[in-house]
Write a protein that binds this ligand. Structure first.
Ligand SMILES: Nc1nc2c(c(=O)[nH]1)N[C@H]1C(S)=C(S)[C@@H](COP(=O)(O)OP(=O)(O)OC[C@H]3O[C@@H](n4cnc5c(=O)[nH]c(N)nc54)[C@H](O)[C@@H]3O)O[C@H]1N2
Ligand SMILES: Nc1nc2c(c(=O)[nH]1)N[C@H]1C(S)=C(S)[C@@H](COP(=O)(O)OP(=O)(O)OC[C@H]3O[C@@H](n4cnc5c(=O)[nH]c(N)nc54)[C@H](O)[C@@H]3O)O[C@H]1N2
Ligand code: SF4
Ligand SMILES: [Mo]
Length: 865
């Protein structure tokens, strides 16, 4: 047997794996067991195992927690889940117990007695009872409810995964506020919105197991784990099989380091690179014409005003090559993909033609100028991509002949965490449409295609805005995932945005919102406008601005019907269950919400909303009684997992494999939803964005809105990605700032909170204690900067200082720094307060379509401190 990586791992975990290591492994294991046995006999150790889920990050890896006499001794991967692609855990997961046993945890509710808020203001915390905390909160909330419930805002981040957003949503619905705000615009909402505008829902994964060429635009799965470790392991396996991996990214990330090729694109310019690749494909004629014609709206006729030519019933028309006339795409019609036509006096072009014409000047040479990738590389990548796509081929799977395109373009935040994030990822989707690789075997898998058709219609553009984050309003018409960073800005001047009320109170559950958002000091200013409750496990920077701070149980101490990461081959249901309660804390997010509902006399209304938000069918919460977190999890499990609760308690999860047939032709596939006449179509040309822009324009003019720059909206709402999308605000304006600054995840930290207090994660070496600023060696030499020197990053809004790390693995015009460091809350231990807080100096120019916060668009000066 060839001992490749997967076989090696298998043999290591198999009981009979002795052959692989000549009996060494079993000998070690036996010795360990004997030692344990002896120890147990000597001191009577009661060893237990609990199967649960790690929730340090959004991967929800399955864990096996071992306790000895009630104390957690180790956290290891739950091997049973490997079969369902949950491959192991990471350093944060292994050391998670140190976050739970962390002496710096919040343990009692506290109230602020110094009304002044600021980094240098001592809140003068006074410990209070849970009763006093609830009384104070309920009294405020009652007053607000009687006045205008919208004045209450609930914000969460990671909290969405700790107890789900269904419970907070139910509370907000029962209370009557529209203002529940999640973190997605600081995460990757632009990618989701691009998907939604293009194919009616969101959620993508590369079909890695069957892909032969993966073009990765900054998905950072070796530093920022993803998909319960499935993606990193699958990519390694695929590379062993021969898949080519190209990393297109300004810096050589650890993914880049394990690629066949690194293409150091200039930050924010990917969209031009993708458009130039599209031009090569079109000029070469390497197109999947049947796919474009029958699955996408590429044949739809577009008039000079950018809108589709439609019949009197509003159906879009195509050019029927059989009758040489404009017709809706119905049975018997053979649409033209390319060309200019004249339909009853109206000059029109197919959408595809509009796109092709728009690329006239986007040559590989132009991409070289803008994106800094040699023209020859652009052409080669496009041709390699087209060749590997095997346009027109099929493959037999499960006895079915399926569309086979073993090429994939993938991204997480690389293309989305920026001002034109939606358009950048739209460009990625459009290139994949050209060769028919979307939802094909080996291509980019799309999750639940066309689940929300409304995303492919003109957006509402309401004014005045209903929500404090302006989502869905004329400001962020496609803010489908809330616009969290906008809350603080609206609070600073509600009238400027037409908000008809002034919010008074916020509850933040498991987020360090202002700290993790760009132009962070502005976010902190916004906090001064409301009375704030922060529920967290440590005294974060946000908590430092709270009026009441409430402790929480950690994921090792609490119950939840846990989300899991579906993937190409499997789905699962899982629970999280408490292992210990290290500081005897009586409440968690779930019970805090329940208690509030009760004290506001909303319990039964709340329970009805819980049933509806969770979509419970057979097993429901009954009004008239309270439910503990455990009881709640049991009800949801019974309803969703269709298994006895004993199975959940013992195994922690149930898994189900997904058959390729269901994956590629099932109800949620492109095949089922878009193929052929009479069906809706995937949007190569996003005509609905033209309509949305028209609504924005009309609303702005009608209401005399002054803080909307229509020209910027016109560019953002272009129905096709265009070269202007490669020029975010600082790129156009900050001409005297020669460097681009980008940010990324780091393996030993999760987000911006409690992992900084984990002593193990901090003690693994200098690089785990603080983040350094990566700068190209040649660029550093010009600045007379040596490795380890302190350097300043200066942007238009401020300066930060950090240690330089010289490398050849970054473009000479770019500096990069991870985001989790530089915490300053006086409530955190000294060792947590190290490194660069980059968000303090990043400019905020949100994507006007999705509301996505900009993280990788800022320009800066760099010099020796
Ligand atoms: N420059 C830059 N900025 C970024 C990023 C970047 O890459 N670069 N990444 C962005 C991304 S992708 C995201 S998602 C956002 C996230 O930004 P945040 O919203 O700040 O992070 P979260 O993970 O949602 O929340 C972290 C908080 O949850 C707390 N917490 C952890 N466990 C528990 C618990 O059991 N109970 C309670 N109550 N609290 C708990 C932590 O202590 C911490 O304060 O940041 C974004 N900011
Ligand atoms: N260890 C760890 N793992 C995590 C998290 C964590 O905090 N710590 N957070 C989790 C969360 S909430 C998320 S959303 C995911 C995010 O997962 P990813 O999006 O995969 O990770 P990031 O590091 O945020 O991604 C940014 C990457 O894009 C690159 N990049 C920056 N600018 C550009 C550009 O203009 N073009 C291109 N092509 N690339 C660019 C950066 O160098 C970086 O490698 O990670 C998850 N996993
Ligand atoms: S990847 Fe995330 S969920 Fe998995 S073990 Fe690490 S921190 Fe926990
Ligand atoms: Mo995120």
């Amino acid at each position: 047997m060839l001992l490749n990586r997967r076989n090696f791992l298998k043999s290591m975990s198999a009981v009979g794996g002795a052959a692989a290591l000549d009996g060494v492994w079993p000998a070690i294991a036996e010795a360990a067991e004997t030692a344990k046995g002896k120890l147990a006999a000597a001191v009577s150790v009661d060893v237990k195992h609990v199967k649960s889920i790690c929730v340090h990050c959004v991967n929800f890896c399955g864990i096996d927690v071992e306790t000895a006499n009630g104390v957690i001794r180790s956290i290891t991967p739950d091997k049973a889940r490997a079969e369902f692609h949950n491959w192991g855990i990471c350093p944060k997961g292994v050391s998670g117990l140190f976050n739970t046993y962390n002496p710096y945890r919040l343990k009692k509710p506290m109230k602020r007695t110094n009304p002044n808020k600021g980094p240098a203001e001592d809140p003068k915390w006074v410990e209070i009872s849970w009763d006093e905390a609830f009384d104070t909160m309920a009294a405020r909330l009652k007053k607000i409810k009687a006045d205008n419930p919208a004045k209450f805002i609930w914000q969460h981040g990671h909290g969405k995964y700790l107890i789900g957003d269904q419970f907070p949503k139910a509370l907000c619905a029962a209370f009557g506020t529209p203002n529940l705000v999640h973190r997605t615009t600081t995460c990757e909402s632009a990618r989701h919105v691009a998907d939604e505008l293009t194919w009616g829902y969101h959620g993508i994964l590369p079909d890695v197991d069957r892909c032969n060429l993966l073009l990765n635009f900054g998905a950072n799965y070796f530093e920022g784990e993803q998909w319960a470790r499935w993606l990193d392991h699958s990519v390694i396996d695929a590379r062993e099989r021969g898949m080519k991996l190209v990393s297109i990214e300004p810096r050589l990330s650890q993914v880049g380091a394990k690629s066949d090729e690194w293409v150091p694109v200039r930050p924010g310019k990917d969209v031009v690179l993708l458009l130039a690749m599209a031009k090569v494909l079109i000029d070469d004629g390497t197109l999947d014409e049947p796919f474009l014609t029958t699955y996408t709206n590429a044949p739809n006729l577009v008039k000079d005003d950018g809108r589709f030519l439609r019949d009197k019933d509003n159906n879009p028309l195509v050019w029927d090559t059989r009758t040489n006339s404009a017709k809706p795409y119905a049975e018997g019609v053979v649409p033209a993909l390319k060309g200019n036509f004249n339909a009853d006096g109206a000059a029109c072009r197919t959408s595809f033609q509009v796109f092709a014409d728009s690329l006239k000047d986007i040559t590989p040479q132009y991409a070289e100028e803008v994106a800094g990738v040699p023209a020859a590389t652009v052409t080669r990548l496009a041709r390699q991509y087209a060749a590997e796509a095997r346009i027109g081929s099929t493959i037999m799977l499960d006895g079915q002949s399926l569309r086979y395109r073993p090429v994939c373009i993938h991204t997480f935040r690389g293309l989305s965490a920026k001002e034109f994030g939606v358009q950048s990822w739209r460009a990625g989707l459009v290139v994949q449409m050209l060769v028919g690789a979307l939802d094909a075997v080996g291509g980019l898998h799309l999750h639940d295609v066309f689940k929300s058709p409304k995303y492919m219609e003109a957006a509402k553009c309401e004014y005045p805005p209903k929500r404090v984050d302006l989502a869905g309003s004329v400001y962020f018409p496609n803010g489908h995932h809330d616009v969290c960073q906008q809350v603080a800005l609206t609070l600073l001047d509600p009238k400027a945005f037409g908000l008809a009320y002034e919010p008074e109170m916020q509850i933040f559950y498991a987020t360090n919102r202002p700290f993790s958002t760009s132009n962070a000091m502005q976010q902190f200013e916004g906090l001064k406008k409301t009375w704030n409750v922060v529920i967290d496990v440590v005294m974060t920077e946000l908590a430092w601005y709270a009026d009441i701070v409430l402790p929480d149980l950690t994921y090792l101490e609490s119950w939840h019907f846990a989300p899991t990461r579906w993937n190409i081959g499997a789905k699962h249901s899982a629970i999280r269950q408490p292992v210990v309660n290290a500081f005897n804390i009586p409440h968690d997010g779930y019970s805090i919400i329940f208690e509030l509902a009760k004290r506001l006399d909303l319990r039964d209304k709340y329970l009805t909303e819980v049933n509806s938000k969770w979509g419970l069918k057979e097993h429901k919460f009954q009004p008239g009684r309270d439910y503990t977190a455990r009881e709640a999890v049991e009800i949801i499990w019974l309803d969703k997992a269709h298994e006895k609760f004993d199975v959940a308690l013992e195994k922690g999860f149930v898994g189900k494999k997904v058959k390729p047939k269901d994956l590629f032709t099932g109800g949620g596939s492109v095949e089922a939803k878009f193929k052929g006449p009479g069906k809706p179509k995937m949007a190569l040309y996003a005509e609905h964005m033209v309509h949305t822009f028209a609504k924005v324009e009309e609303t702005v003019k009608k209401n005399g809105i002054r803080n909307v720059d229509l020209e910027r909206y016109r560019i953002a709402y272009s129905p096709l990605p265009i070269k202007e999308h490669a020029f975010p605000t600082p790129h156009r304006e900050a001409k005297d700032f020669p460097f681009y600054v980008i940010t990324h995840k780091s393996m030993y930290r999760n987000q911006s909170g409690n992992t900084s207090t984990n002593p193990i994660l901090n003690a693994l070496g200098p690089d785990t204690q603080e983040n350094r600023i990566a700068i190209n060696k040649a660029a550093a030499a010009k600045l007379n900067v040596r490795d380890g020197d302190r350097i300043v990053i200066e942007t238009r809004i401020g300066q930060v200082t950090g240690k330089a790390r010289l490398t050849e693995g970054i473009r000479p015009d770019t500096v990069a720094v991870s985001y989790h460091y530089g915490q300053w809350s006086p409530g955190l231990p000294f060792y947590a307060r190290k490194g660069v807080w980059i968000n303090k100096v990043l400019e905020l120019h949100p994507d006007l379509v999705s509301g996505m916060n900009s993280f990788n668009d800022t320009k800066c000066k760099v010099y020796k401190a």
